[in-house]
Design a protein around this ligand. Structure first.
Ligand SMILES: NC(=O)c1ccc[n+]([C@@H]2O[C@H](COP(=O)([O-])OP(=O)(O)OC[C@H]3O[C@@H](n4cnc5c(N)ncnc54)[C@H](OP(=O)(O)O)[C@@H]3O)[C@@H](O)[C@H]2O)c1
Length: 317
């Protein structure tokens, strides 16, 4: 399937998505970014693939109006309140948009009022907006929900994502505080200068909704993993969630330099099952999931959607 797209946010993930999309036959008709080191330059020159005839600009409204893309792919930030103006503009312009924004994967959890507003703007203007990604958006939520298809009863779900941070992009290593001493790590985390993994609660909310359960509580916690010199080589994060139906959900995220790569989903139930992978390459998987979602949202009604509202996630060329 060939589609035109505008890339909104040309950081490390935006560039990877663009490169992957072009390789899959999508046509890049515009690139939006406000970083002064990018604006005014040709997108192909930044990608190192040669002139593309697409100039990077901060003027989102002009680009979208001039190019009328089939889809806007958005990758500028993690928190809906900070990116709201960008999404609101896209809603008013009536576009189909897929974003890597973690809190948009289940926007009704942390930002119920903004989510209602955005949903209304999107519905009024025939726009469709959805958050997706590898995590949240797949490993902690969508995939465990699919795996329960082989169970008659589920008492507890424990998901562990373990990954070697050395293989991830620089922006990822920065956000988990690699190289910081313990005191600076804790201060940066408390002040929001680093975020660690974002979206534990959103994953718990999407997973429980996909299972038809009602989320009662979620507790999120992150701690540094220190090397022998006392510097952070990564972090371990946990979310413990409970539902009204008393299903326990534990989401564990371990990201550190030289950490083993694997994902494990353990379902205690009838029958129980444990599923384990040799690891999911996070950045590449994010690009794939975003493009596969982009191919599916054209068939989705207008509004602010979650992954449970669209046809089953899968590779669709
Ligand atoms: N759900 C998932 O599984 C998943 C996976 C990967 C990434 N993500 C998220 O995706 C986002 C992008 O990741 P990244 O590594 O590419 O981050 P990044 O390298 O920081 O890139 C973000 C880019 O967006 C630009 N930007 C910021 N505000 C903008 C605005 N108002 N208009 C246009 N451009 C704007 C930034 O410019 P400045 O540098 O000037 O700010 C930067 O160039 C992050 O929030 C990340 O956490 C989610």
């Amino acid at each position: 399937m060939s589609r035109s797209f505008v890339m909104y946010g040309f950081g490390e993930i935006g560039r990877l998505i663009t490169r992957t999309a072009i390789g899959r036959g999508f046509e890049c008709v515009g690139v939006i970014d406000i970083n002064p080191s990018l604006t005014g330059r040709d997108a192909g020159e930044v990608l190192g693939t040669g002139e593309m005839g697409v100039e990077i600009t901060g003027d989102a409204e002009a680009v979208i109006k001039e190019t009328s893309p089939d889809v806007v792919i958005h990758a500028t930030g993690s928190y809906l309140d900070r990116i709201y103006p960008q999404l609101s503009l896209c809603a008013r312009l009536g576009v189909k948009l897929v974003s890597t924004c973690e809190t948009l994967v289940y926007p009704y959890y942390r930002y119920p009022t903004l989510a209602e507003q955005l949903d209304e703007e999107a519905r009024n203007n025939n726009a469709t907006i959805i958050g997706a990604g590898v995590n949240p958006g797949f490993l902690f939520d969508y995939l465990p929900a699919v795996i329960t298809a082989s169970c008659n009863e589920v008492r507890a779900i424990t998901v562990t994502r373990s990954l070697d941070a050395a293989r991830r992009r620089e922006a990822f290593q920065r956000k988990i505080g690699v190289g910081m001493d313990e005191e600076s790590w804790r201060k940066a985390m408390a002040e929001g200068a680093i975020t660690g993994h974002v979206g534990y609660a959103e994953s718990a909310a999407l997973l429980t909704e996909m299972l038809g359960l009602t989320l009662r509580t979620v507790r999120e916690k992150q701690e540094p993993i220190l090397n022998q010199g006392g510097r952070a080589k990564g972090l371990v994060g946990t979310a413990e969630a409970e539902t009204k139906e008393e299903t326990r959900i534990t989401l564990r995220f371990i990201a550190a330099v030289n950490q083993e790569d694997y994902d494990e989903i353990k379902i205690e139930g009838e029958p129980g099952v444990t599923w384990r992978s040799t690891g999911t390459r996070g950045d590449e998987a994010t690009a794939a999931i975003i493009l596969n979602t982009a191919n599916l949202i054209t068939k989705t009604d207008p509004g602010l959607k979650t992954l449970k509202d669209i046809p089953p996630l899968r590779l669709q060329k």
